[in-house]
Design a protein around this ligand. Sequence first.
Ligand code: DGJ
Length: 687
Amino acid sequence: MTTRVWTVRLESTSYTIALEPGGRWLDLVAWGPHGIEDGPSPLANSGGVPGLTDADAAPVEYSPRGLRPFSGADLIIGPVGGPHESWWAFEGQDEGEGLRLAFRDEVTGLRAVLCYAAVPGTDVLRRWVEITNGGPDVLEIERLGSAGFCVPTGTSGARLTYLTGQWCQEFQRRELVLPAGRLSLDSRFGIPGLTYVPWLAVQDAGVPDGPAWGVSLAWSGSWQIDADIEPSGITRIRAGRLPFPGPLRLEPGGRMSTPEVVLASSVDGIGGLAKAWHDYDRVLAGDRRGPRKVLYNSWEATSWAVNGDRQLELARLAAEVGAELFVVDDGWFTGRDDDTGGLGDWEPAPEKFAGGFGAFVDQVRSLGLDFGLWIEPESVSPKSRLFAEHPDWVYHLEGRPSTLIRNQLLLDVGREDVFEFLRDMLSRMLKDYPISYLKWDINRPATERGRPGWPAADLDAEHVRNYHRLLDHVRTEFPHVTLEACGGGGARTDLATVARADVLWPSDNTAPLDRLTIQEGFLLAHAPHLLSSWVTDAPGMFDPRPRSLKFRFVTAMAGVLGIGADLSTWSAERRLEAAEYVALYKEIRDVIQHGEVDQLAGPREPTCAVQYAWKDTVVVLAWSTGVLDGTPHVAGRPTRVHLRGLDAAASYVDRSGARYSGAHLTHAGLPLAWSAEHDADVVILGR
Ligand code: DGJ
């Protein structure tokens, strides 16, 4: 067979693959800046394969176990009760979206189409796999990757950057140099989860600040990403959904499509890779890119003690400081006085809104504010009317007790009747009240994943599909409603959610220094128009050093500004100061929300700074995160942060009239003088 080669051309990079001479699999030939494919492949194995099969040592794109038995396969499939090993050969190129290369296993009748599609205007490559069971037996699937890819990391091994954490500590950036072995990230939660973000970046450990290659998953259920640092000097990434709790089944004649994973690379390292992810988030946002409004959310001020008069007091103060949107969080519906009741009964609690909920909403809107509500559609409280009427609507295993997490159960959203109930409830609510913002939360993972009478159902995929259908329903039927995705903090920040939600809630931790660390990680994976951030009075859990009001505002300005503090405890002077920050944010929010982001220095450095560049404006947000330098008591010089991507010869002027050349800002840096009182700054530079 003659070698066949395909190149997918992206904006500034290309991805080239070739069929191996035996036609059994595809090899990655080269992936990097345009033209990288002209020359011998940096990934091809030029040695022998003692103790291995050829495929085990090759830069294989996607392989079933059988073909690649030892080094890690992307698909583990076989007849029920039979070997879960399969082998296939290239069948041909299919018509359809993108590049579609089909392989067939003659023994089982399995057909797999490996799909590649460029995202126009970006360096992002979408990949997924479509499988068909063309044989007589039911096939069982243990592993169902969406894609594999290889990086020539050399003999030093790989530098792996990933985002990990727990509740109130999401998106912590971690780097690991792994000379050999495997890093395995996953979620068995039925949601992407708080532990890891479904995202990974890979670099050659031997090339500090070198190019980066990355993967991000568009899947809102359980998932896995493995990075295998192979002894021959390549790193192979396998990514996709995690068939959990058990294997999946594919009936004869059945078809299945994996979720998409997206790949990107950048010669500018992790920061360059982040820009590719931001570009993709913007493509996904389409014409819903904003600008996002300044929000007030009452959760931290009132928690479940929602009461119309108190909410109105907060709404008045929020309007006074310049908020444009008022969101009532958890606690507005019947039976919801704490976390033990109410979920499922989505009717406003009459005793909490004396004049009626509709009148309350009108009063909020008469202040010039849009109105928004929190909701957690997928959950149900055991004390609710909904649970009493439909006890069979929750996940459960026959004869097993149901595990409560946060005193609640999870609806089996994959059931059509549950889907219809939720769709109709959402429609009714959005028709009955002029709601223009929905914060969609989920505060527990799935346990006892069963649906008695339906042993073969793919519950994870069915839940995800209907969660997506519900979001799509809101987007199509109520396009004026902005959707915020939340997962008891940041447990739902996958790209399939990003394709349907306008804003993401990254964490319940709103303390200033803690939040900076969370936002640093967030901005590696997602664009600032998705980063919801509130100014509150919360003390830090992990870094409790007090910080000024300005510090808190500048932190929340790094994405979509919100306020969550109890404004009734703030003095008139404090509210006036807050109003100035809100007004400033409104001036620069286009630059922040749509600009090109460079994280100049992280929160572990004495000065943390993020640069946003849009059209002719550059905004630098900076925070004093470490100890002061002792000036003016001792000799010293202002801290400097080095800006990026400026025109060296151009002149940039800040609001005080100070003028700098691009070369100065890049090489000498932007001066920032910190004191105990002055611990954050917004520098706006016009060209
Ligand atoms: C978890 C969210 O992350 C919080 O912001 C808040 O909405 C609570 N749920 C309400 O129960």
